[in-house]
Design a protein around this ligand. Sequence first.
Ligand SMILES: O=C(O)C(=O)C[C@]1(C(=O)O)C=C[C@@H](O)C=C1
Length: 110
Amino acid sequence: MTTSDIDENVRAELDRLRGSIDNIDAAVVHMLAERFKCTQQVGHLKARHQLPPADPAREARQIQRLRELAESAKLDPAFAEKLLNFIIAEVIRHHEQIAGDSPADGTAVE
Ligand SMILES: O=C(O)C(=O)C[C@]1(C(=O)O)C=C[C@@H](O)C=C1
C-alpha cells in the first residue's frame, strides 16, 4: 500500500497533521534565521574586540538550560543537546570566517 491509495479519513488526518508539520518546520526555519542574524552580529563584535569565537563556559550554561527545558517539555534532553551543539558548531564556523576576514587592528567595516 502507498500513501496514494489509503482510506479517505486516514488521508484527511494525514494531510491535517502534515499541514501542522509544515507550519512548524517553517517556524523553525524563521527562528533559526533570526538566531543566525544575532550570532552574525556577535561574530562581528567578537572580531572587532579580538574575542575568541567559542565560549565553552557560555555553551555549558546553554546546554544545561536547554536540557532542563527539554525535560519539562517532554523532549529528549540528549536530542536537545545534540541540536544545540550542531547549531553552535555552525555559528563558531561563521565567527571564525568573520575573524579571518577582519584585519587584526579591528578597523573592518561591516
Ligand atoms: O554567546 C556567544 O559568545 C556566541 O558566540 C554565541 C554562541 C551561540 O550560538 O549561542 C556561539 C558560540 C559560543 O561558543 C557560545 C554561544
